[in-house]
Design a protein around this ligand. Sequence first.
Ligand SMILES: *[C@@H]1O[C@H](CO)[C@@H](O)[C@H](O)[C@H]1NC(C)=O
Ligand SMILES: *[C@@H]1O[C@H](CO)[C@@H](O)[C@H](O)[C@H]1NC(C)=O
Ligand SMILES: *[C@@H]1O[C@H](CO)[C@@H](O)[C@H](O)[C@H]1NC(C)=O
Ligand SMILES: *[C@@H]1O[C@H](CO)[C@@H](O)[C@H](O)[C@H]1NC(C)=O
Length: 202
Amino acid sequence: MPRAPPASVLVPRLVVSVSAAANCSSCCCSPDCDCIWTDWIDVSYPNSSDRNSGDYETFENIQKHNSSWVCAKAENISCRATHFPQIPIGALGQKVQCDVSTGLICNNWEQHIGTAAIIPVCLNYEISVCCVPNVPECIPSTTVSTTTTVPSSTISTVSTPPVSRTAPTPTPSESPSSTATTTMPPSSTTSRTPETVTTVPV
Ligand SMILES: *[C@@H]1O[C@H](CO)[C@@H](O)[C@H](O)[C@H]1NC(C)=O
Ligand SMILES: *[C@@H]1O[C@H](CO)[C@@H](O)[C@H](O)[C@H]1NC(C)=O
Ligand SMILES: *[C@@H]1O[C@H](CO)[C@@H](O)[C@H](O)[C@H]1NC(C)=O
Ligand SMILES: *[C@@H]1O[C@H](CO)[C@@H](O)[C@H](O)[C@H]1NC(C)=O
């Protein structure tokens, strides 16, 4: 006959798992959505002999030069002249757009002889963009919305001509006959609810 197990085994042990609660890597789900600055990007060079040229470091242009470049959500942008990196672009005397939603645009035809340019053409610029990590948790769904707005003129043509329907006048309730044995359910009257036609002013 087997011996009974030692008494110590039968005593339930109180095991408190501290590590599971303390380890937050398993309970925290939201990633770090702080934007990250790119390297300085310079894909466009102004052609000084073409009045219609300029420097176009736009997101569209950058993507055209590098198909793997993605900036799903740009939160900040920094622009500088390649040969004058320490000078704020506002102090260069050029007309330049440095926009976080489009990138940098400089048109030769908009320039005048200024502080840094000896001929009225754009300097060469480069940009750095602070892009939010391209993960769904960091990109609000509104930015990837593909809803197309239908012009209101097309909507108005779809509307059917308003047909005014006269609601059936309810027959006045007849006085119940004294020998009323038939109980008619009021379904015949309630099933025919008059349609309400809403006319939208064009
Ligand atoms: C926290 O959990 C992760 C994954 O579950 C594991 O790799 C890591 O070793 C744990 N760290 C601690 C301190 O328990
Ligand atoms: C610059 O513009 C001139 C005049 O339009 C053109 O002849 C020349 O090929 C252009 N140079 C470059 C590098 O695009
Ligand atoms: C293209 O963009 C990717 C992603 O930003 C980058 O890692 C790569 O260095 C770029 N390639 C060139 C030629 O600039
Ligand atoms: C953009 O970045 C510059 C330089 O780091 C900073 O001074 C500025 O506050 C930032 N702007 C925004 C809107 O985050």
